[in-house]
Ligand binder design. Sequence first.
Ligand SMILES: Cc1ncc(COP(=O)(O)O)c(C=O)c1O
Length: 338
Amino acid sequence: MIDLRSDTVTKPSRAMKEAMMNAPVGDDVFVEDPTINELEEFAASMFGMEAGLFCPSGTMTNQIAIKVHTQPGDEVICSRESHIYCYEGGGIAVNSGISARLIEGKSGMITAEDVANNFNNPEDIHFPLTKLVSLENTSNRGGGLCYDLEEIRKIKQVCIEKNLKLHLDGARLFNALVATGQNSKDYGQLFDSISLCLSKGLGAPVGSVLIGNKEFIKKSRRVRKVLGGGMRQAGIIAAGGLFALKNNIERLSEDHLHAKILADAATTNPNMASVETPETNIVMINTHTDAQSMVANLKEKGILCMALGPKRIRLVTHLDITKSEIEFVAETLKTIVS
Ligand SMILES: Cc1ncc(COP(=O)(O)O)c(C=O)c1O
């Protein structure tokens, strides 16, 4: 099976496993795991930020950030398509007791104007207090598209004017950096917190890192404990993430090229209603008929992908997919029917 359901399906390479086996470990709840400490410092320094916190998942890093930045009753502004809203089990409400102001946006992305227009007047006691803006880059449900840094700068300006914190769900931020050539340090300056996933396109088996300033990370460490995310000798898994940050970023451009090959092939198939132009490793195809039957037909050919809507399928390229597999999938996409 050629598994294009998600870039989360990658398995650790032999070299990554060796790094994991040889990792020095300690008790991370005592902040004594040298590998985790190195990973946290390394990730933070890549973005010019002060500190990091290793967590089991991107859901946890997002949820911790939301909780630290808000009080119960507050509101977060985010896209209707965002992972924090769609796919974190209602965690915004459960963990932080806040509401989400959902922006229709375009391709899972929001603008500075959206933020300004959806900020609640704090003097009016009817409204929840707007405290946080959360962006997602790349945007998963938006088809892996990348934010324009100028728009983020404008959003930041509104956040400064309105005294709002700015969080980034950067589950696939490295895909965006590689695709656009944007500078990671710019992100470190613009955001109050960034969640980075190691277990998606970077190919580590487990983990995400939350980065921010020292005070934010200190508070986050407490919330991680409350959520049961304080792990012990977890350097053994953090080593996979550290290996990924040191070895697997530049190669993301291969996945992006593979996504373009698949999109170009699908475009030639009259059975497809439209193919969205990929910017990173996600290919979104709109079908004329039922997406589930297209998924089933592809499965019969040995290709796994996902339906993301009644007439929309998603294929995600990643480091466990070879060039010849991409060629096979491309040929199949040229003729497949639903
Ligand atoms: C954009 C985005 N944010 C956050 C997450 C959550 O990551 P995890 O599966 O590690 O909880 C995902 C997972 O796919 C994602 O796509």
